[in-house]
Design a protein around this ligand. Structure first.
Ligand code: SF4
Ligand code: MG
Length: 324
């Protein structure tokens, strides 16, 4: 197993009290596998990723429990210097907003090249040549000329390609991509997603793809983990989820995705809002919004029930949900 997150807990101190942003999250990613983590904003999916990457640097946030086993080592037990080495070469992250992740005053080729100078001890001359190769690899036209340009001289889609190039530069075993295409137009989204999926296969990387958009993951993910209020509420192979969700929240997300074959049909959006994480509802956290909720749901917090050998659902009434 490449990455195993076990019972991870993250809390934030806020003026309203302690926000339980991540509440016992466990998941696994194998080499060459793509796990999509799906949820609305505020579900804890980005915070989970930041804790795994070791970049949870907001002062009030802290990991209060769990393990992050990467290539056999618990990253949470490593010193920051060792952690940084893992971050440089073992795992890389792609963010939504390339413009704020890239340095605006350094040509993109130098930002790419620097990785080879710092981590591989290359000369600048060789590193710049590698930068051109990489830009070519992520299909940036006229890479040899554009290598000297600055981030603002690229379109949003091209900047995301540069982010992808930086992420794969050192051939990491794992990439975590947090809403990598959310800021882009739909057609550009698909191109960037295809590129990411292609590189992931080529390098046999593990990929954790964080998104609020179920439409993005259908073609690329092997498994989906759905998060709600800091927990995974359903985890299953992507095919199973599309066939029949085993959790009412997953069903709500599925029904919110516009379908090309059902034009004009009104989109079902899940009623209500995700809970304030300082006051997570008792019982099943989803009960105030759930169309299937009943008495038991308000008092008894469901654990992740085994629906099949490869599937779990944190719903007391998962059978009913499966039957539609
Ligand atoms: Fe809905 Fe109850 Fe299932 Fe929670 S446990 S998702 S409230 S039916
Ligand atoms: Mg986020």
């Amino acid at each position: 197993m490449l990455l195993e997150v076990r019972d991870l807990h993250v809390e934030f101190r806020t003026r309203d009290g302690v926000a339980r942003a991540v509440n016992g999250v466990s998941y696994q990613v194998d080499a060459g596998e793509t796990l999509a983590i799906l949820g609305e904003s505020g579900s804890g999916k980005s915070v989970t990723a930041q804790a795994v990457m070791g970049i949870l640097d907001m002062p009030p946030g802290r990991i209060t429990g769990g393990e992050v086993i990467f290539q056999g080592r618990d990253l949470l037990k490593l010193k920051e210097a060792e952690r940084r080495k893992v971050r440089g070469a073992g795992m890389a992250m792609i963010f939504q907003d390339a413009l704020s992740s890239l340095n605006p005053v350094i040509p993109v080729g130098d930002q790419l090249g620097e990785m080879f100078v710092v981590h591989r001890g290359m000369s600048w001359r060789d590193a710049r040549a590698r930068a051109v190769e990489l830009m070519d690899r992520v299909r940036i036209p006229a890479a040899r000329e554009r290598v000297r340009q600055y981030p603002h001289q690229f379109s949003g889609g091209m900047r995301q390609r540069i982010m992808i190039a930086m992420a794969i530069a050192l051939e990491p075993a794992l990439i975590i991509a947090d809403e990598p295409t959310t800021a882009l137009d739909v057609t550009v989204q698909a191109q960037v997603m295809d590129l990411l999926a292609e590189l992931q296969r080529e390098y046999r990387m593990g990929l954790v793809l964080i998104t609020h958009d179920l439409g993005v993951v259908a073609d690329v993910a092997d498994r989906i983990a759905v998060m709600y209020a800091g927990r995974i509420v359903e985890s299953a192979p992507v095919y199973d989820i599309y066939k029949a969700p085993a959790h009412p929240y997953t069903r709500g997300l599925l029904d919110s995705v516009p379908r090309l074959d059902q034009k004009g049909q009104e989109l079902y959006a899940i009623k209500g809002l995700p809970p304030n994480l300082t006051r997570i509802p008792p019982g099943c956290a989803f009960h105030p919004r759930c169309p299937l909720a009943r008495g038991l749901c308000r008092v008894d917090e469901p654990s992740l029930f085994e629906v099949s050998a490869t599937r779990g659902s944190a719903c007391h009434f998962w059978r009913e949900c499966l039957d539609g």
